[in-house]
Design a protein. Structure first.
Length: 136
C-alpha cells in the first residue's frame, strides 16, 4: 500500500490525490513513535494479558470498504460482498470462520472470505508462532 501512498503514513487519499506535503525522516520517525509503535505496543500487551489470563485471545479485525473499487486498489474487479471475513491459515480456526460466516449469512448478508481484502492482524510477537491468538 505504500506504493500507492497508503502505507503506514498516508501521503495520498483513496482517490490518489495528495494528502500531505512530503515529510522529513525526522517527522516520519516522530509520527511512527507517537502513533504506530504506541498502538502496536498496546495491542501486543492487551493480547499478552489475555493469553496469560485465559490461554487464548480472539482478535476481531474489522474494516469498511466501498461497494465499488477505489483508484488505489490492485484488483479492480474483485467481488465486493457486504461482509468480508479476513482469515489467516495459521490464526483463524476453520470452525470459527464457518460460525462467523453462517451467522452473517443467516442475518441476510452477502459474505466472502478474504475478498476483496485478505488476512487479519495479529501482533508480530505471536504471528505464525502462537495459534492461541485467534483472528477473524
Amino acid at each position: 500500500m505504500s506504493k500507492v501512498g497508503m502505507g503506514v503514513i498516508y501521503t495520498k487519499t483513496s482517490t490518489q490525490n495528495a494528502l500531505r506535503r512530503k515529510i522529513s525522516q525526522k517527522e516520519r520517525k516522530a509520527l511512527l513513535k507517537s502513533y504506530y509503535f504506541t498502538h502496536h505496543k498496546a495491542f501486543y500487551l492487551a493480547v499478552k494479558k489475555l493469553l496469560a489470563k485465559h490461554n487464548k485471545c480472539l482478535i476481531i479485525d474489522c474494516h469498511s470498504f466501498s461497494s465499488f473499487s477505489q483508484d488505489y486498489e490492485l484488483f479492480k474487479n474483485a467481488y465486493r460482498p457486504q461482509i468480508c471475513l479476513g482469515a489467516d491459515d495459521f490464526h483463524t480456526p476453520k470452525a470459527l470462520l464457518e460460525i462467523a460466516k453462517n451467522a452473517f449469512e443467516s442475518a441476510g448478508f452477502e459474505v466472502a472470505i478474504n475478498t476483496p481484502f485478505t488476512g487479519s492482524i495479529v501482533p508480530l510477537e505471536y504471528y505464525g508462532k502462537d495459534n492461541r491468538a485467534f483472528c477473524l
